[in-house]
Design a protein around this ligand. Structure first.
Ligand code: NAD
Ligand code: 0WE
Length: 258
């Protein structure tokens, strides 16, 4: 299928074995890539190191995406260790818990700031930092993860929906900026999957059930299905695709209801 042999990739957003970013890391490694994984805090460092140990010759580095300094340091480390970069997977998202349970109209200024900083601005800041490394390789592929809550209202998704709308728009603006350098920027809009980011979300099981009932394929999506689509977008097989939001959601988005 999609070949990533000889390529170097950065994967941001691995928290545990159920993380979408970890599924993508495994698929990219199976396709032949050498990877760098990041951890956002010392609390998660051990988790990420244990997972990275399953990969061949991994690089593990800190990166709290809310820190310009940590983003800059990461780019220096990648340049030193890899001498360039072929792809970058962005799988970081966060909104403070109250914003995901209070009514949307109660969204606080600080909750909005944090959600859009961590979940949206981080794509821009990280892409800018790694773009020169990709230019060294004659181009590259950037991939982020989004959810249809950017367009439609899902109870409690709230400010994350706003962050994802801004993220999808950022994909298009980054694609336009970096296309001349042969750097492609795309997103996968994934159907709901029970990861850490979905645990503790009240009503998540009913969202899964609604997808099973209404999606054309009458089922939910699996991590490996997101990972296969990701590997395609990261690979030369997708060399003419940029600025795209690829729906990997069992076709749920075409459904008009009932
Ligand atoms: P996850 O919790 O495994 O991943 C979210 C990641 O964000 C974690 O690794 C966490 O450490 C990281 N993160 C949070 N704050 C950070 C910071 N300040 N610096 C660096 N990293 C930080 O959950 P997931 O479901 O795998 O989420 C990955 C992406 O997929 C997210 O963008 C999410 O919005 C998106 N997504 C998830 C679903 C779903 O249903 N699970 C559906 C569509 C899209
Ligand atoms: O993007 C997401 C979730 C992202 C997320 C999750 C959390 C939980 C823990 C961001 N911030 C936090 N903050 C926390 O404190 N998804 C696409 C998964 C998701 O989350 C939902 C969903 C779906 C789908 C929340 C409400 C409704 C649907």
């Amino acid at each position: 299928m999609s070949d990533l042999s000889g390529k170097h990739g950065l994967i941001v957003g691995v928290a545990n074995k159920r993380s979408i970013a970890w599924a993508i890391a495994q698929a990219a490694a199976a396709a032949g890539a050498r990877l760098a994984l990041t951890y956002p805090s010392e609390r998660l460092e051990e988790n990420v190191r244990e997972l990275a140990a399953k990969l061949a010759n991994p690089l593990v580095a800190p990166c709290d995406v809310a820190s310009d300094q940590q983003i800059a340091d990461l780019a220096v480390t990648l340049d030193r260790e890899f001498g360039g970069l072929d792809f970058f997977v962005h799988g970081a998202a966060f909104a403070p818990q109250p914003e995901l349970s209070n009514p949307f109209v109660q969204t606080s200024r600080e909750g909005f700031r944090v959600a859009l900083d961590v979940s949206t601005y981080s794509l821009i800041g990280l892409t800018r930092a790694v773009a020169p490394l990709m230019e060294k390789r004659g181009g590259g592929s950037v991939l982020t993860l989004t959810f249809i809550g950017s367009h439609r209202v899902f109870p409690n998704y709230n400010v994350m929906g706003v962050a994802k709308a801004a993220l999808e728009s950022s994909v298009r603006y980054l694609a336009a900026d970096l296309g001349p350098q042969n750097i492609r920027v795309n997103a996968i809009s994934a159907g709901p999957i029970k990861t850490l980011a979905a645990s503790g979300i009240s009503g998540f099981s009913s969202i899964l059930q609604v997808y099973r009932e209404r999606a054309p394929l009458r089922r939910n999506v699996e991590l490996a299905e997101i990972a296969d689509a990701a590997t395609f977008l990261l690979s030369p097989a997708a060399r003419a695709i940029t600025g795209e939001i690829l729906m990997v959601d069992s076709g749920f988005h075409v459904s008009g209801g009932i």
